[in-house]
Design a protein around this ligand. Sequence first.
Ligand code: NDP
Length: 451
Amino acid sequence: MAVTDHVDLNQFMEGVKKRNPYQPEFVQAVQEVAEDIFEFMEDKEEYHAQQILRRIAEPDRVVSFRVCWEDDNGNIRVQRGWRVQNNNAIGPYKGGIRFHPSVTESVLKFLAFEQTFKNALTGLPMGGGKGGSNFNPKGKSVREIMRFCQSFMTELYRHIGADVDVPAGDIGVGGREIGYMFGQYKRITNHFTGVLTGKGLEWGGSLIRTEATGYGAVYFLENMLATKGEDLVGKTAVISGSGNVATHAAEKIVQLGGKVLTLSDSGGFIHDPDGIDQEKINWVKTHKTHRRGRIEEYVEAFPKASFHAGKTPWGVPCDMALPCATQNELLGEDAKMLVANGCRAVSEGANMPTDLDGVHTFKHAKLLYAPGKASNAGGVAVSGLEMSQNSERRSWKEEELQQMLKDIMAGIHERCLTYGDQGDGHIDYVKGANIAGFKKVADAMLAFGVV
Ligand code: NDP
């Protein structure tokens, strides 16, 4: 077959499946994007001829390495670490590090692929990457976590750099872990550079980085509602997760006059019909982050709430849903239930929380539905601003950063409209985000020739 012969979507996906066996999350992420991109590319010969989508769906490199560390009892433990550098066409690789037992090469490849489009959507010069390990921080002592982070960085430092690849946090990696990894990077290289984001304020971090993903997801929701002439006041929200993204999304919803009904963790969800106000959110933050507790203990502190073991919160009737825990946590059946119960808007705080069935259900129901690559981009956007501040060796004020975050989220919303506005009053945000992200990266790749 000549190179310029077109394969169709099914043939393309067959190839992706064949080349990436046992990597269902990666295949799922590529499929979701390819569905929109094939339609967009129909009359764009150059993208086909240059095999642009095929090239974006093949990471620039995947580094896999052994991470050895010693636990508190003197046992030697062995974990696997990865850094997936997906694409650096528009800037240095950028994306978080995840420590969770569910981490596999497939999960990190899907996250790095998604990150490539997300970072392009922010309008900032950042390529896409992701990393992590199957290390489980739960139940580990602080010293064990420190030793693990140091060992992880002892290999990772060779592959990253302020102009090469700039990791941040993700599930299981917060300010403390970033501190241990930055300390080890500095010890090995003797360089104090902006090689990681999500740093502490005393050593190069940016204000509002911690809040940015959750706040950004709610700003995006606000932008979507505004297209219908609505706002958040008096609307109910169902949120999953109780980590960084979930608690800050909850906080911003409360600030903007909405009512949060649920939060969750891997043990189940809590439903508080009175609403989870700021005081209760503070309790969750302290309980989950600092005390490493379980969400089920919420009902002891706030007895009017109920705990639902092993369940996700999507059956609770609401106006808005924000999945903020992890991938594939909202399935086709859950999406149908949300639609049937009158949910009008979904803003994803997590990455790919909705499976393909669910995505198709939301698209079909013509909901206001924002995919994570658009709605959760606030975190990486403020990471991009942290990189700029590090390069300039200065720190911007909180008000400036808050405004920049709002503007960036409005900009992403605008970019989604360019390709997602269906002209019948419905906006397909998935399509809009996929095409706008793809086009920016693809055009840069065309400029570089075949590399
Ligand atoms: P955290 O580690 O702070 O919190 C994760 C939350 O999700 C916890 O409540 C955790 O419960 C729950 N969770 C994790 N895995 C599962 C699972 N398999 N089943 C059910 N619940 C689970 O992570 P973040 O809040 O930072 O990240 C949440 C999501 O947001 C992820 O998809 C991440 O990739 C995405 N994201 C994060 C960004 C950031 O800036 N932090 C930026 C953009 C996206 P438990 O405590 O029981 O483990």
